[in-house]
Design a binder for this molecule. Structure first.
Ligand code: FA5
Length: 346
């Protein structure tokens, strides 16, 4: 048996040596190692041997099997590598050509401006706060001194999304303004406070070139001792000057918002004509910017702040409208319709 195995190994290795193609090599492999191959048959016959014979022949069979397996694998690999090299040599592959660039996206004009606003206010010591977009009637209205059935509710057409929450909080709404976060932050942190709240707000309005049903606002709130509107004017002038990179003046006019007293409309000097008067500012020299005022006593109370000790101001501007002013965009809907030809310009 030992003789037979040695002879078989020798013959197999000799034919392998002579094989000059991959196909021929595989044929020989089947001849010896296939289902009915010479070595396979011997291995199959092992079960008929005595224990004594198995002990001697067994290791020899395994060694022959390993030797042949290795030899076939090596030769097959050599043929495959040669074939691959031949295939590759047919194509000219210039490794010095730069790769093709993947088009990269970029940050949307609205988000770019939001980041700038956050940076400037952070540098002035303001915290950037956040609040829920699905808000209760209490935070969106009552807490802000807009009682149920008060005509001031009509100023902001509202999406109501749930019939009843609880007695105090009322129904759930899509927030119409970022102002509810004022109350939430007063409740959470108390006074003093200095924060801005950028975020999305929703109004049940017909859309046109300057109105959308979803847009971005930035709320501002400062509460401390001995605070006056002079501080607001200073902060806003500084903010706008840094944002636009040139001196900007701020003007206050009386305005009405139930959550501030006195209430203000804030304008800034026209960026184009620097206050001289032009088509963009309708020859007034001023651009309408936002609402603001001293935080109403009832709002401080709702936030759990002692109005005898602390006072402050709040403001709220439309970030979406500010982007429009900055780039001269004449239709608000362009900012959210996802048209890449538009978005790529910023
Ligand atoms: C408010 O929402 C107040 N919460 C602002 C405020 C905060 C006043 C704190 C006082 C103190 P108003 O409804 O005016 O105010 O909206 C503020 C800004 O949002 C507007 O100046 C305008 O720039 C923008 N805005 C209002 N409605 C729309 C709309 N449909 N589409 C786009 N922008 C809008």
């Amino acid at each position: 048996m030992q003789e037979i195995l040695k002879k078989l190994e020798k013959e197999a290795l000799e034919s392998l040596e002579k094989a000059d193609t991959l196909e021929r090599t595989k044929e020989i492999e089947v001849q010896y190692m296939g289902r009915n191959g010479h070595l396979t048959m011997i291995l199959r016959g092992m079960k008929d041997l005595s224990d004594e014979e198995k002990r001697v022949i067994g290791p020899l069979c395994n060694s022959t099997k390993n030797t042949l397996e290795e030899a076939f694998a090596k030769k097959i690999k050599t043929f495959e590598e040669e074939a691959l090299a031949k295939e590759l040599s047919k194509e000219f592959f210039d490794t010095t050509i730069p790769g093709s660039a993947r088009p990269l996206g970029h940050i949307h004009a609205l988000s770019q401006l939001q980041e700038e606003v956050e940076k400037i206010f952070s540098q002035m010591g303001f915290t950037v706060a956040d609040g829920p977009e699905i808000e209760s009637e209490y935070y969106n209205f009552e807490g802000l001194n807009i009682p149920k059935d008060h005509p001031a509710r009509d100023m902001q057409d509202t999406f109501f999304i749930q019939e009843k929450n609880d007695e105090k909080h009322g129904r759930m709404v899509l927030r119409t303004q970022t102002s509810p976060v004022q109350i939430r932050m007063m409740e959470k942190y108390g006074a003093p406070l200095r924060l801005i709240v950028p975020g999305r707000v929703f109004r049940f309005e017909a859309t046109d070139a300057s109105h959308d049903s979803m847009f971005y606002q930035v709320e501002g709130l400062l509460i401390d001792k001995n605070i006056s509107l002079a501080h607001l004017k200073g902060v806003l002038a500084e903010f706008l000057t840094r944002l636009f990179g040139k001196p900007v003046k701020v003007r206050f006019r009386p305005g009405y918002f139930p959550f501030v007293e006195p209430g203000l409309e804030v304008d800034f000097s026209c960026l184009l004509c620097e206050g001289k008067g032009c088509r963009v500012c309708k020859h007034s020299g001023w651009m309408e910017f936002m609402g603001a005022g001293m935080v109403h006593e009832n709002v401080l109370k709702a936030g759990g702040i002692n109005s005898k000790e602390y006072q402050g101001w709040a403001f709220g501007f439309g970030l979406t409208r500010l982007v429009m002013m900055r780039y001269g965009i004449d239709d608000i809907r362009l900012l959210t319709n996802g048209d890449l030809r538009f978005n790529k310009q910023f």
